[in-house]
Each structure stands twice: as C-alpha cells, then as structure tokens.
Design a protein around this ligand. Structure first.
Ligand code: ADP
Length: 197
C-alpha cells in the first residue's frame, strides 16, 4: 500500500506517520529527513537544498522528486511506502504519479489530517522547534494553504482521499486512521472486478 499524508504543520503528521509505518510495516519516506541527511552527507542534492532549507523555503521540485524517485525504486518499497512531506504542490503530485507509474505502482491512499488551527497551535507550542517561531509558522501555513491544500481536491476526484479528524489523543486519531484503511482494504477495488461478477 502506498500512502501520502496531507495536513498543516503541527497537525500531528509526524506522530501518526511513526505509528502507521510500524502498523503497516512499510518504509517511512520523509522528504524532510531525506533532505537533512543529504545535507549532512554533502551530496550534490544536499548542497543544492541547503540554502533553501536554511531560509525555510521549499527546495526546488526536481531536487526533491529525484530523491523520492530514487528511494521508491529501492527493493524495500515494493511492499509499499508512506510518503511524509511530499507532495507539497501540484507539480510534485504529477512527478510522484510519474515516478510510481515507472515502477508499475500507483498511489492507493491520501490521508488528510485535519483539525482546527488551535489544535496545531497547542501541539506546536509544546514542540519548541526553531522554525516554530511565529514568523516561520505563518510562512509554512501560507505555503500549505496556497500550494498543498488544493491537492485535496485532486485526490478527492481520484477517490482516494480519506479525511481524518486530528483532534483527540494520538491513539484516538490513529484508531480513525485504521478504520479508514480497513474500509479501503475491505473494499473490492473496481479495477479488480470482472464484468458480470
Ligand atoms: P515541515 O513540515 O515542518 O516544513 P519538513 O521536515 O517536512 O518540515 O521539511 C523541512 C524542510 O525541508 C522544508 O522547510 C523544506 O525546505 C524542505 N522540504 C521538505 N519536503 C519538501 C518538499 N516535498 N518539497 C520541497 N521542500 C521540501
């Protein structure tokens, strides 16, 4: 199963991603983690990405998506993968579809983690990260609303979007995710149906 998570900064995606990859036993592909590792390793991509990340800007789509494509082609992703932090805009969504198609795969599930801004605000307040300062939050929320959130319509139209209420304890939220995935896996997928059956 190949999944993506969409939600504003501070919605709890990191916590839920960790639970989900353990539950599904699939690799966790976090573009933030991959980029930070590339910076540490001083790869070409890392050197290119560093200045953008330092400023809190999005790294150019091709740099990120080349990394994602290369990672998806490794054998452990045959079983599935959870993509965390990508796609962030429509171009990344298109490049992701292409990358998956090249490996004979496709996206099965898009999870939206939603909740009132106050929920994210409380969680962020307890996190204490450098880019969680008021200015940084504003920029990242703006980028989310302008570029990332419109992707919900794109995945809704494809019939793979599940909206998850992000309020409550991490375990309560994770229960909702499991219910959504059960409905997904329990369904007879239309493309597997034979006419007349
Ligand atoms: P956050 O969700 O708080 O922004 P991440 O760990 O996902 O944290 O990302 C950290 C930084 O890495 C981002 O600010 C951005 O510069 C870069 N980054 C991560 N994912 C992407 C992506 N899909 N496209 C472009 N830049 C990205």
């Amino acid at each position: 199963m190949r999944l993506i998570f969409i939600g504003p900064p501070g919605a709890g995606k990191g916590t839920q991603s960790a639970k989900l990859v353990e539950y599904l036993r699939i690799p966790h592909l976090s573009t933030g983690d991959m980029l930070r590792q590339a910076v540490r390793d001083k790869t070409d991509a890392g050197r290119h990405a560093e200045s953008f990340m330092d400023k809190g800007d999005l790294v150019p789509d091709d740099v990120v998506m080349d990394m994602v494509r290369e990672r998806l082609e490794r054998p452990d992703c045959r079983a599935g993968a959870l993509l965390d932090g990508v796609p962030r805009n429509q171009r990344q969504a298109d490049l992701l579809d292409e990358a998956l198609a090249r490996s004979g795969m496709r996206l099965d599930v898009a999870l939206e983690l939603r909740g009132p801004d106050a929920v994210g605000g409380r969680r962020r307040a307890g996190r204490g990260r450098g880019d969680d300062q008021p200015g940084g939050i504003k920029t990242r929320l703006e980028s989310y609303w302008r570029q990332t959130r419109p992707l919900l319509d794109y995945y809704q139209d494809r019939g793979i979007l599940h909206r998850i209420d992000g309020q409550g304890t991490p375990d309560e939220v994770f229960e909702r995710i499991k219910v959504a995935l059960r409905s997904e896996r329990g369904e007879v997928s239309p493309r597997c149906e034979t006419p007349g059956s």
